[in-house]
Design a protein around this ligand. Structure first.
Ligand SMILES: Nc1ncnc2c1ncn2[C@@H]1O[C@H](COP(=O)(O)OP(=O)(O)OP(=O)(O)O)[C@@H](O)[C@H]1O
Length: 276
């Protein structure tokens, strides 16, 4: 299903955090949101999974405003991995993943065979078959992350909304997750800090800067050295990945962008953060 974010503005504590954002994830497309810390990625994603209401604008699912649907109906179509990963659930892994089935149930209904199958499949997809009886609170950060992803998969949604899903994952699990998302070809809106992962996964990227989209296009169109300097304040070369042919960003980890080592965007970041 297609998801359209149509001229969305979100105001929190009297400030426009997201301003007039319009973007589309077409049916089966993986749309990536990238941008510096605080640029509004999570806020925008929260409007897509109905955690926040936009002040103006709409989120449309296959042309219908999600606000005109019940929350259960939205949840049958849209599953989210939020950034708040709720670490202290007193539940087993199986119980957490089974929560993904609740939009399909009437109140107090038990699990049926379809639920058991969806939970088992989802755990298998994230490589956690056999973890069903483990306590969620006692898992590592990366394991919890994969359980919450399994909960989203168990929801069998048309649209996945994933906020930094590779956080906490070791490199093998990052690669496996990206491969899984690529193979599913489900409509996905995903925020990622790892720009090389975004370049390899996403069909289109949307760059957020101070709450507005400043560039949209294929990773190759968007991830230019100029944009990386201007928006992210880093010096980088963009080359072709020798194994995959994807754009590969080679960052200069020694100096931020700018005409002088102590100047430019890097300097601005240093002074904003309060560390001289
Ligand atoms: N509930 C809130 N009330 C007031 N301001 C908020 C609230 N939530 C977020 N903000 C502010 O909105 C801005 C954007 O936050 P958001 O979490 O959307 O950014 P982000 O791009 O996801 O950042 P990061 O990459 O650091 O996760 C930040 O300046 C943040 O402090």
């Amino acid at each position: 299903m297609r998801i359209s974010i149509d001229d969305v503005t979100v105001t929190l504590a009297g400030r426009d955090i997201v301003s007039g954002v319009t973007l589309v994830a077409a049916e089966g497309e993986i749309a990536g949101l990238v941008g510096p810390n605080g640029s509004g990625k999570s806020t925008l994603l929260r409007t897509v999974y109905r955690h926040l209401r936009p002040r103006t604008g709409r989120v449309l699912l296959a042309g219908r405003d999600i606000r005109s649907m019940s929350t259960a109906e939205t949840a049958r179509h849209i599953a989210a991995l939020p950034q708040e990963r709720g670490g202290d659930f007193e539940f087993t892994v199986c119980e957490v993943v089974a929560m993904g089935r609740s939009p399909y149930k009437r109140a107090f209904a038990g699990d049926d065979a379809a639920d058991h199958e969806a939970v088992a499949d989802a755990l298998d997809q994230v490589g956690l078959a056999g973890y069903e009886g483990r306590g969620f609170a006692a898992l590592s950060g990366g394991e919890r992350q994969r359980v919450l992803l399994a909960r989203a998969f168990a929801q069998r949604p048309d649209v996945l909304v994933l906020d930094e899903p590779t956080n906490h994952l070791d490199v093998q699990h990052q690669v496996e997750l990206l491969a899984l998302l690529r193979a599913q070809r489900r409509t996905t809106v995903i925020s990622l800090h790892d720009l090389n992962a975004a370049a390899s996964l996403c069909d289109r990227l949307h760059v957020l800067h101070e709450g507005a989209v400043v560039a949209s296009g294929t990773p190759r169109e968007v991830l230019t050295p100029e944009l990386l300097a201007k928006v992210f304040g880093v010096r980088a070369a963009v080359v072709e990945h020798p194994l995959t042919g994807d754009p590969l960003i080679a960052f200069d980890h020694r100096e931020p962008a700018g005409p002088h080592p102590s100047g430019g965007a890097g300097r601005a970041f240093v002074s904003r953060s309060g560390h001289p």
